[in-house]
Design a protein around this ligand. Structure first.
Ligand code: PLP
Length: 452
């Protein structure tokens, strides 16, 4: 009997992974979540020490895909998706930076997007169906999704991005792909792109075009993000020894991956959810009062400019509460338990830049803004509790080379560019342009669809 997933709003039926995955959002606008978490025995977790990353991914994810995907297929998908390094750089004592920036688009979003593309490709192939994936991006998601779904049969990808809000290297990682990937530069803001995508999903005139969003609320993006916590612990901790993790957080999908790992049995001492000026969560944890931030605040860690993190609905559910999609709390979670397991602080842009400088000067370790927020959050937590010589892992979620101007202004030199990015930067671009005009976008989608 496959594991079932229920909606955080509790008003639509529980479904299996395949359905949760293909739907994205539950019909009652809630987020899908396992009815109960599969457990890994301490002996199974101890074995991870001698396994490679893709093998750990297989052991963890098969607990969710049992009865849905044959094991040999899942094992092959994991091997194919996770063929890049995950460096664990020692900083001091047992404090380590885990770089999740070695995938093809140099951000941690590659981990989820690559698994999701392979699973979705398989499900569509089984059904003989076609799908158009529509995504609005402020930079990292669009690149990761476009690369992951590039050349997957049965899938067309259309990425909308705000022409003036993405860096050149972020843009080139999307616009140099051809074939089934189309990128559209919108003369507007990220919010305009997102509004156009949302309108397309709700548009009866587009009912004949099967659309999906691959966005961050899909359970298929969350589960693969639990694997690197197991991996880090397998390399750094003695069997049974708890680990501290600090996670730079925007929509809270990455830190929920850590919560999932903990629920499955990974010993975790503390999960530090570090945010930028969008501080709705640390305020909630401190006061029990949740107020989303609207519009979201801009900051240097731009992939974390989220005023109402949608994954909080899942976090609240884990702690026995209920939060609806608007952020209204209908049942309070167990705040005392949340405070025992989690720590959360807000880091200003000024502190983010100071942290990049300090960590560079003290340890010759280069962080970019997102990783620096996680580092600063970790140092704040250290003032509240002793580490007691346990392992601590700070997640770096993007490669500094994605933000060369910012890094150069902060520490005086530009970061090295990884080979995958150098290659993309040399390719020629091909993208469409559009005003922030929904009627034009609808006509565009109809024309693209007819062209198949
Ligand atoms: C998306 C992103 C984040 C935030 O991750 P969430 O899962 O949304 O909390 C952090 N850093 C980088 C570089 C990102 O692209």
């Amino acid at each position: 009997m496959p594991l079932l997933f229920q909606s955080t709003n509790n008003r639509s039926p529980a479904v299996n992974l395949r359905e949760a995955f293909l739907r994205g959002q539950a019909p009652d606008r809630g987020l899908y979540f396992p009815e109960k978490f599969p457990l890994l025995a301490s002996g199974e977790i101890a074995e991870f020490a001698r396994l490679q990353y893709h093998e750990i991914a297989f052991r963890v994810l098969s607990k969710f895909t049992d009865g849905i995907i044959p094991s040999d297929v899942l094992a092959a998908i994991c091997r194919d998706a996770y063929n890049f390094d995950i460096p664990l750089e020692k900083v001091y004592d047992r404090v380590v930076v885990m770089r999740l920036d070695q995938g093809p688009t140099a951000s941690f979003k590659d981990f989820a997007a690559r698994m999701m593309a392979r699973l979705m490709g398989r499900f569509l192939h089984e059904d003989g169906k076609h799908l158009t994936i529509l995504t609005a991006t402020s930079g990292d998601t669009g690149a990761a999704v476009a690369h992951a779904f590039h050349n997957v049969p049965g899938i067309r990808v259309i990425v909308l991005f705000p022409i003036d809000e993405v860096s050149l290297s972020q843009r080139k990682l999307m616009t140099t792909l051809t074939g089934n990937v189309r990128t559209v530069a919108v003369a507007g803001k990220f919010d305009d792109c997102q509004a156009m995508v949302k309108q397309a999903f709700a548009d009866p005139a587009l009912k004949h075009i099967p659309l999906s969003s691959a966005n961050s609320i899909n359970i298929g993006r969350l589960l693969p993000q639990s694997v690197y916590y197991f991996y880090a612990a397998s390399r750094l901790a003695k069997p049974g020894e708890p680990v501290v993790f600090s996670v730079p957080s925007g929509n809270f999908g990455d830190m929920m991956g850590c919560v999932v790992a903990k629920q499955m049995g990974l010993p975790v001492k503390k999960i530090i959810a570090s945010v930028n000026d969008n501080d709705a969560f640390p305020k909630f944890l401190a006061s029990g009062h949740y107020e989303k931030i609207s519009p979201s605040r801009n900051s240097v860690s731009n992939a974390m400019n989220v005023g109402h993190p949608s994954n909080l609905a899942r976090l609240v559910a884990v702690y026995g509460g209920q939060m609806d999609e608007t952020g209204k709390i209908n049942r309070m979670p167990d705040l005392a338990a949340m405070r025992r397991d989690l720590f959360s602080g807000s880091i200003s842009d000024q502190r983010t830049r100071e942290t990049i400088r300090e960590v560079w000067n003290k340890y010759q370790l280069l962080l970019e803004a997102h990783g620096a927020v996680a580092w600063a959050g970790f140092t704040d937590w250290l003032k509240t509790e002793p580490l007691n010589d346990l392992p601590a892992v700070i997640l770096e979620t993007a490669n500094p080379a994605k933000f060369p101007e910012e890094i150069e202004q902060t520490i005086g030199f530009a970061p090295d560019v990884p080979p995958a990015m150098t290659a993309a930067i040399q390719l020629s671009e091909d993208f469409d342009r559009m005003g922030a005009d929904y009627e034009k976008f609808r006509a565009y989608l109809i024309k693209q669809h007819a062209a198949t």
